[in-house]
Design a protein around this ligand. Structure first.
Ligand SMILES: NC(=O)c1ccc[n+]([C@@H]2O[C@H](COP(=O)([O-])OP(=O)(O)OC[C@H]3O[C@@H](n4cnc5c(N)ncnc54)[C@H](OP(=O)(O)O)[C@@H]3O)[C@@H](O)[C@H]2O)c1
Length: 278
C-alpha cells in the first residue's frame, strides 16, 4: 500500500503514520515542518526506508503544487491520500494567494493537492481519498456569495464552514470519480487532545480548556482514519461520513448537490493558475 498524508507531524496524523507505516510499502508525509517529520521517522526505526518527507505548506498554493509534482516524481501510483491537516485560527488572515487562511489550509490546499494527485490515484487498482472533517460542520452557515467568509469572518464559523466543505468535497469526489475506481470518505475523529485550537482566544479557548479532561487521546482519535485507510473498499460506503469506524449522519446541507457544485466550481476557479499544462 502507498499512502500520502498531510498533517503528519502532530496529533491524529502522527498516530496514523505510526499505525499505518507497518502496512505500507511506501509512505509520503506532506508537511510544513520537515524537522518534525524527520523526528517522527527516526522514532520508527523499522520503517525509515519507506517513508519520505515532502515539503507542503497548505496555506501556499505554489507550495502545494510543488509538493504534488515532487510526489509524482517519487511514485507513479498511490492507494490512499489522507487529507488530514487542519486548524482553527483566531484572527482573519489572508494568504499570499489572497485566500482566507482557514479556507485555504482546511479546504483549498487539499482540493489542489487532491486534484493534482488524481493521476496517481487513478493509475492503481482502486484508490481512496480520506478527508478529515468534524462534527463542527453541523454549525456551518454558508453564505453562497462569500464562501471564504472574507467579508464576515468569525473564527468558529470559518472552521465550521470548511468542515462542511470537507463533506461536500467528499461527495463530489465520490460522484465524479467512482468510474475511475476512486472512492472518497470523510470522518470525524472525536474530540481529541491534540494541538488543535491551542492558538485560540476568548470563549473558544475557555471551552477548550473546560473540555480537555474529557477528550480522547490522539491514538484513539486516529482510529477511524486508520480503519478507512486499511479496510477493504467494498466494505466502505463511497462518499460516506464516518465516526467511530461507522457510517454517521451528517448535516442535511452536506448532501446538497447545489452546494457541492458551487464549492467545486469556485475551488476549480481558484486553482486555475496552478493547473498550467495539466
Ligand atoms: N482535535 C480534535 O478534537 C478534532 C476534532 C475534529 C476534527 N479534527 C480535525 O483533525 C485534523 C487533525 O487535527 P489534530 O487534532 O491532529 O490537530 P493538530 O495536532 O494541531 O495537527 C494539525 C496538523 O495540521 C498541520 N498543519 C496545520 N497548518 C498547516 C499548513 N499550513 N500546512 C501544512 N500542514 C499544516 C500541522 O502541522 P504542524 O505540526 O507543522 O503544526 C499538524 O501536523 C484536522 O483536520 C482537524 O480539523 C480535530
Amino acid at each position: 500500500m502507498k499512502i500520502a498524508i498531510t498533517g503528519a507531524t502532530s496529533g491524529i496524523g502522527k498516530e496514523k503514520v505510526k499505525a499505518l507505516a507497518p502496512l505500507c510499502e511506501q509512505m509520503f508525509l506532506l508537511v510544513r515542518d520537515e524537522g518534525k517529520a524527520k523526528d517522527l521517522i527516526q522514532s520508527l526505526p523499522s520503517h525509515q526506508e519507506k517513508i519520505s518527507v515532502i515539503y507542503c505548506d497548505l496555506s501556499d498554493l505554489s507550495s502545494v503544487a510543488n509538493a504534488a509534482s515532487t510526489l509524482s516524481h517519487k511514485t507513479d501510483q498511490l492507494d490512499v491520500l489522507i487529507n488530514n491537516a487542519g486548524g482553527i485560527f483566531p484572527e482573519k488572515s489572508i494568504t499570499t494567494d489572497g485566500h482566507e487562511l482557514t479556507f485555504c489550509v482546511n479546504h483549498l490546499g487539499h482540493f489542489l493537492l487532491t486534484y493534482l494527485t488524481l493521476p496517481l490515484l487513478i493509475s492503481g487498482n482502486g484508490a481512496k481519498i480520506i478527508n478529515v472533517s468534524s462534527e463542527a460542520h453541523k454549525a456551518a452557515n454558508i453564505n453562497q456569495n462569500d464562501l471564504e467568509l472574507k467579508n464576515d469572518f468569525s473564527s468558529f464559523k470559518a472552521y465550521a464552514n470548511v468542515k462542511l466543505y470537507n463533506l461536500l468535497f467528499t461527495k463530489s469526489l465520490a460522484e465524479k470519480f467512482s468510474d475511475k475506481k476512486i472512492e472518497a470518505y470523510a470522518l470525524h475523529p472525536g474530540v481529541v487532545n491534540t494541538n488543535f485550537g491551542t492558538q485560540s482566544k476568548g470563549i473558544f479557548k475557555f471551552l477548550l480548556f473546560l473540555a480537555k479532561p474529557f477528550m480522547i487521546g490522539p491514538k484513539k482519535g486516529a482510529q477511524t482514519g486508520i480503519y478507512l485507510a486499511s479496510a477493504q473498499m467494498h466494505s466502505l460506503s463511497n462518499g460516506g461520513y464516518y465516526k467511530k469506524r461507522k457510517l454517521a449522519k451528517a448535516k442535511k446541507d452536506a448532501s446538497s448537490k447545489k452546494l457541492r457544485d458551487l464549492l467545486w466550481q469556485y475551488s476549480i476557479a481558484q486553482i486555475q493558475p496552478f493547473l498550467e499544462n495539466k
